[in-house]
Design a protein. Sequence first.
Length: 319
Amino acid sequence: MTLACSPQRSTTQSPTIQDTTQFSAIQQKLAQDQEEAYRRLGWNMPTYSQADLDARVQRLLEENIAQLTGRPGTTAEYDAHVMEEISGRFHRMREKGLLRLPTRYEDPRTYLELTILTDQIETGIKEAFGKDLIPHPVYGTLPTGEVDASVIQESGGYLVTFDSGLFKFADHLSGILALSLPLDGQKKSWFTFSTDRDAIRRHLDSNPAVVAHLQTIVRAYVVGGAPALTAVPDAPRLREPFDQMARNLYRGMLLFVLAHEYGHILTIDQSLSPGSKLPVQWDREVSADGWGVLLSMVAQDGATRNATAAIWGMKVFLV
């Protein structure tokens, strides 16, 4: 999680995309960086259209409604409320201009994941502090092989980039962690997992494939970088309740990483100084971690979000 900044300071005071000229310049910078990164790796550049993102948005909207309505014990009134909340969330993102690809090289799947988390953070900030604290950044992905994210000041605004391999790495890691926790019982429709270290150790001893999976992913990240991570197959879906645990951890990890970068933006835009005795770069990162934790929790204000999993996601990524 790195930060680069220049003396130029943003003057935009709302997360709503207002200055299209400014955003176009930042998006152009992102496209140039993506072209350079793919050229350096010798990879063919995938291209996407706005229609690809629109189709994915519609599919996700339908999936969310199907998953959260019509369940045993719920009422028609409850289902109607859930449908209204979900539809309202996507409408809000569209109204804010978030549901548009920043470049033709941006994968709609990962961009939509970032957009949903961005909306959670910015909505949480508005609800917690009563106002928008920072300008809305342009965000996207680059194939760096560093499984990280960074933010730079660009054209009077901010550009946040995620390593494109971070999503696959987090997906695998969340599944590995979920499978590492032995089931501890079930209370009604809720499953419980044991966090006792001895129980986990015994569980892993009897499930060596989980450890082997972790070794494969870490080896690809540490040794191979971007090409090796790309060659790793997508993480398999797990049986329940492990799959839901893995999904929550995955979102928690990505939420913290994005909130950390928002912490950098907030520190720059509000001219904040952590003022610790650490070296400057460490000082910035520790401060952004603190904001990352706070903003992650602020973003969890809602019945459909899992604060416990967010905390675990933070811990997993920081460790």
